[in-house]
Structures are given as structure tokens and as C-alpha cells.
Design a protein around this ligand. Structure first.
Ligand SMILES: [Zn+2]
Length: 372
């Protein structure tokens, strides 16, 4: 099951992503860019992002019993019901972390206590995510849209939600090990069955499972209105925060997952259009349940990795052709099926995610410079 060859027929499942020219910050440019790519005829479908929606979303807490608005003070640290769940290898570590951070943050009811902000090594200059090191908090948001819903009464849906935790575990373990090869230590906090305040439910009126990538603004605004990110960073002493928005798509879904990564740098003079990193994760795609390699691929976008399966501002067509010709297994070029991630995390990926000072391929092939 593993490997690029067995997965070769699923090239279209290679994910979306962020590849905009920093200079192309106006919407027309983005739309034109998308049109050009959609006309390319490539099976490696591009799901671009259009920022034109500004819509309201109805909110409810993560547990089915909490349908009240998940306003900032209440949700940060209290919005998640801890379910009877699978055990994960990281549970002990994360429980330990929680104990420490609870002590550091202090009880929410403590009167007149000055909020102590966690002093991250990262200054936030590139959105919520910097380089791939330190403590990374993953916030899960299970979202309904006009076409997909999570049924709180469905055992299948509940299991699928729990499966996303397992997939995140595999992805986090993979990225941790890969980053270590470049001297970067990471800790991922993602398990909302063990850590409070990092799981939410949201309901959107509009269609967000869509090929044009529209909906970033709605999702970004929902997060701004409902997740107290600073409180979470303080509580978990997190250096970075990534949001995974999960949609309960069926096997008939053909829309690729997509991410906005390393975002604020795209705002330019017109301001930060994209000031947080988020992933739209569709849990099923055609005949497949979305696998851990996709979770890892999307996570890497948040830290600056670029797609390598099509030419973009950073990546030349020549390099894309080179990867195709050499049967690349780079996780930003292809993703493997199965529960285990067998893709390569290359020096180029390390360079773009800020944990390698240079990349031979970037030099040799004239690729774009890292944002770090
Ligand atoms: Zn991608």
C-alpha cells in the first residue's frame, strides 16, 4: 500500500495550497492566478484561495451538550468535553504538559490576576507560525457548512472525529522526528481528548467545501471571534498555533484539502489578508479516508513549506519536472496512502520551514528563498 507508485493514480489528491506571489496581493491577481492553474490541465489539481467572503457563522461548543456561544473567556480552556477515547502514546506527555501549564496560567477565576503572557521565542512576524520548532498547538474545529454536517448522535461521526486525533498523532510524530534531523526540537499539542480548549464546533451557512478555496475570510473571522488564541498560547506555552477545520465530507467528495500557510507576509501594503495559518481538512476524499501524510503535508504549509508538484512563485517548472522524472517521494511533492508516513522530509522542506540554513536544491534549481 505504501509508496508513490501505489498512490500514483491518486495524484489529484495531492493537496492544495499556498503559492501566491507575494507581490500578487490584489484579488484580481489571485483570481487570474487560479484561472491559469485551473486551465493547466494538470491532474494535480490546484485549489486556490479566494478571499471575498465575509460572513457570519453560528458557533457552538465542541461537545454536543454545549451549544451556547463559545465566547472567548469561556472557551479558552473550558470548551471541550473530554470523551471516552482512544489512548494515544502522547497522552502522558500532554497530561504532564497540561498540569504544568495550568499552574503557570493560574485558575481562570483568580481575581485581578495580571495575565502572564508566555514569552515565545517566535515574534509572530509571519502569522501564528514561525519556523518548525518549539511548542506547536493544533486547534481542531469540527465545522458544518451548507453541504456537510457532523451528527452529534452518530457513532460513526464521533469515531471519525477521534480518528482525526490519531491522524494528527502520526503526523506530529513524523514531523517531530524529521525536524530532529535538523536539530530542531518540537512538541505538538493536538489531542483534544486530553487537553482542554483546543477543540471547537462551528456552523457556517455558506458552502466551504469548494474547489475555489473561497471561505478563508469566513473561517479566519470565526476563529478571531471565537478562539482566544493568546490565552491558549499562554496556557500551553505554545510558540505556534495551527487551526485544522474538519469537514465531514463523504466518499463522493472531490475537493482537495488546502491550507493557508505563513500568511501575514502576503498582506503587503494592503494589510494582512492572511494573518493566521489554517487547514481545511476534508475527512474523506473519493474512496479514501484522508490519511496522516496529508495532515503532515498541510501542517508543513503552516510553517512555510511549498507545494512542489506545480510551478509557483517559489518553485520552477524545471524543478517540478525534475521531481517527476526522478520519482520524488518528497512529502510536498506527493503523499503516501496508509497509516504510516513514508514520504521524505527533504533538505528543501527543512529550508522552507526554517530549520535548515540552506538547500542545495534551492541553489541549484534557482528556487525561491525561504521566508524565514
Ligand atoms: Zn500542499
Amino acid at each position: 500500500m505504501e509508496g508513490i507508485k501505489s498512490f500514483g493514480s491518486l495524484e489529484i489528491y495531492y493537496l492544495k495550497c499556498t503559492m501566491w506571489d507575494k507581490k500578487e496581493i490584489d484579488l484580481r491577481s489571485i483570481v487570474d492566478n487560479m484561472k491559469n492553474r485551473s486551465n493547466s490541465g494538470s491532474l494535480r489539481a490546484f485549489s486556490g484561495i479566494m478571499i471575498f467572503c465575509l460572513m457570519m457563522a453560528m458557533v457552538r461548543g465542541c461537545s454536543s451538550s454545549r451549544k451556547e456561544n463559545a465566547s472567548k473567556p469561556e472557551t479558552a480552556g473550558t470548551g471541550t468535553e473530554v470523551p471516552e477515547s482512544q489512548e494515544t502514546e502522547s497522552a502522558a506527555t500532554e497530561s504532564e504538559s497540561l498540569t504544568e501549564t495550568e499552574t503557570a496560567a493560574g485558575p481562570a477565576t483568580e481575581p485581578a490576576a495580571e495575565q502572564l503572557h508566555y514569552e515565545s521565542y517566535y515574534d509572530g512576524s509571519l502569522g501564528f507560525c514561525g519556523d518548525l520548532r518549539g511548542t506547536i498547538l493544533v486547534v481542531s474545529i469540527f465545522a458544518d457548512d451548507a453541504g456537510t454536517q457532523w451528527d452529534p448522535e452518530s457513532d460513526e461521526d464521533r469515531q471519525m472525529q477521534l480518528d482525526t486525533v490519531e491522524n494528527l498523532r502520526v503526523a506530529a510524530e513524523y514531523l517531530h522526528e524529521q525536524a530532529l534531523n535538523y536539530g530542531s526540537d518540537t512538541e505538538f499539542i493536538y489531542d483534544w481528548t486530553q487537553n482542554e480548549g483546543i477543540c471547537y464546533e462551528a456552523s457556517f451557512d455558506e458552502t466551504l467545501v469548494r474547489t475555489d478555496g473561497g471561505g478563508y475570510a469566513a473561517e479566519r473571522n470565526w476563529i478571531a471571534d471565537n478562539v482566544d488564541t493568546q490565552a491558549l498560547k499562554d496556557r500551553y506555552e505554545a510558540d505556534h498555533v495551527v487551526y485544522y477545520i474538519f469537514f465531514n465530507t463523504g466518499f463522493d467528495n472531490s475537493v482537495n484539502p488546502w491550507s493557508i500557510g505563513h500568511t501575514s507576509s502576503y498582506g503587503g501594503e494592503n494589510g494582512p489578508f492572511y494573518d493566521i495559518e489554517l487547514t481545511n481538512l476534508y475527512v474523506r476524499f473519493k474512496d479514501f479516508v484522508t490519511m496522516p501524510s496529508v495532515y503532515a503535508h498541510e501542517m508543513m504549509h503552516a510553517f512555510g513549506a511549498h507545494d512542489l508538484y506545480y510551478a509557483n512563485y517559489y518553485i520552477t517548472q524545471e524543478y517540478v519536472d525534475h521531481l517527476a522524472g526522478s520519482g520524488s517521494n518528497d512529502i510536498m511533492y506527493t503523499v503516501t496512502s496508509g497509516h504510516e508516513i513514508t514520504n521524505e522530509f527533504t533538505e528543501l522542506d527543512a529550508y522552507y520551514t526554517g530549520i535548515a540554513d540552506s538547500s542545495d536544491d534551492a541553489v541549484c534549481w534557482g528556487l525561491g528563498e525561504t521566508e524565514h
